[in-house]
Design a protein around this ligand. Structure first.
Ligand SMILES: Cc1cc2nc3c(=O)[nH]c(=O)nc-3n(C[C@H](O)[C@H](O)[C@H](O)COP(=O)(O)O)c2cc1C
Length: 363
């Protein structure tokens, strides 16, 4: 019976781990539930195999190299899985949103890749000890381990980039409850990659990278948020628009251009934005390299913010504001800078209710 439960747990662990890798297909809620199934199976598996904890330190010197290697892999797997459990709670957006430790999704993905690869080698070692041809077993384990690394580091990012659901019905997402502003309405200023990128005809091929689509219309992530605010309070919205060279249509190239601009502390030329008639500005921007894109820096340095309030709404592919808040505080001299919310890019289409709640608090 114990043996059967153990086999079931092992199978569950491999299957749930692989299914979780297909995050973009299964969605966030299923990903988090699968994570719990994985860790529960792991605990049951460890309980059944508890004799291993005693056996590992016994007759260490007499153990053959292959056994020592298998034990080392098991220890590493156990450590990596425990850290993965903490990081899973850190990046959780549905089941453990209150857990604020190890919140870095990239670290989570690397760790999950390590756990998958170590699990393959761990399972493979059982096969190795029974296999007649040790050489063939080593080759098979190596191939599968490389496959595990490739799944985590190549396939998952590829699927995330190209299968991300980008189709939305824009009117449904941006319209809804209105907020009556008793005082002056804030000006919404936003920067998005979409209006600042040179696209070729194959725009469809890149739409999954960071945009959303409504019918044939492409919408930038921050742009959608600006539309939501406009719909709720009827404010003016103004995009930060480059006057010079635009960003490349390739997402990856834009990432490196953005990184270079940050390193060089560049101030790309932008169209003038008149903020003189406003005492409050809602600034919506994507996090680029942990801070604001440099055209946003151009906007901040090119205007007088003394005595004004700047509300920050960021979007990102990981979490938080990075160092963007301190950057804005430093560049927008004399402004009162307030963090409002930082929205994970996949959550943008469903964030109108949160935005409305916040708008009510400043009406
Ligand atoms: C040049 C560049 C750098 C980025 N750097 C980060 C980053 O450091 N951290 C992060 O979480 N997301 C990063 N992202 C992802 C964007 O913040 C995210 O996709 C955002 O929602 C894009 O908004 P937009 O489509 O309105 O431009 C980066 C994207 C680009 C293009």
């Amino acid at each position: 019976m114990k043996k059967k439960i153990n086999v079931a747990c092992e199978l569950l662990m491999y299957l749930t781990l692989l299914a979780q890798m297909l995050y973009v297909i299964v969605g966030n809620v299923a990903h988090e539930i699968l994570g719990i199934v994985f860790f529960v199976s792991m605990v049951v598996h460890l309980f059944i195999k508890k004799y291993w904890f005693k056996a590992i330190f016994k007759n260490m010197n007499k153990k053959p190299a292959s056994r020592k290697f298998a034990d080392t892999i098991t220890v590493l797997l156990l450590i990596a899985a425990c850290i993965l459990m903490i990081s899973s709670m850190g990046v959780s957006r549905t089941l453990f949103p209150w857990f604020k430790f190890l919140m870095e999704p990239l670290f989570h993905r690397y760790l999950a890749t390590a756990v998958l690869t170590l699990s393959i080698i761990h399972g493979g070692m059982h096969f190795y000890f029974k296999a007649k041809s040790k050489k063939k077993a080593v080759i098979l384990i190596s191939v599968l381990a490389i496959l595990g690394i490739a799944i985590g580091l190549v396939l998952v990012p590829y699927l995330n980039r190209h299968l991300r659901k980008v189709d939305i019905i824009m009117d449904e997402k941006i319209s809804g409850e209105k907020v009556e502003m008793t005082g002056e309405k804030p000006l919404v200023v936003y920067f998005t990659r979409l209006g600042n990128t040179d696209f070729e005809d194959d725009v469809d091929a890149v739409s999954g990278a960071s945009f959303m689509k409504s019918g044939d219309t492409l919408i930038g992530n921050t742009e959608l948020l600006a539309y939501m605010v406009r719909d709720a309070i009827g404010s003016e919205i103004v995009p930060i628009t480059l006057t010079g060279e635009k960003y490349p249509s390739s997402y990856t190239e834009t990432v490196s251009v953005g990184g270079r601009e940050l390193r060089e502390d560049a101030r790309p030329g932008i169209e003038d934005i008149d903020i003189s008639g406003y005492s409050e500005i809602i600034l919506i921007y994507p996090i680029w390299w942990g801070t604001v894109p440099m055209p946003v820096a151009s906007f901040l340095e090119g205007n007088d913010f003394s005595g004004k309030t700047i509300y920050l709404i960021a979007t990102q592919g990981s979490a938080g504001f990075g160092s963007s808040t301190s950057f804005v505080k430093e560049k927008a001299k004399g402004a009162n800078v307030i963090e409002v919310m930082s929205i994970y890019c996949d959550d943008i289409p469903d964030s109108r209710a949160d935005i409305v709640e916040w708008l009510k608090s400043i009406e």
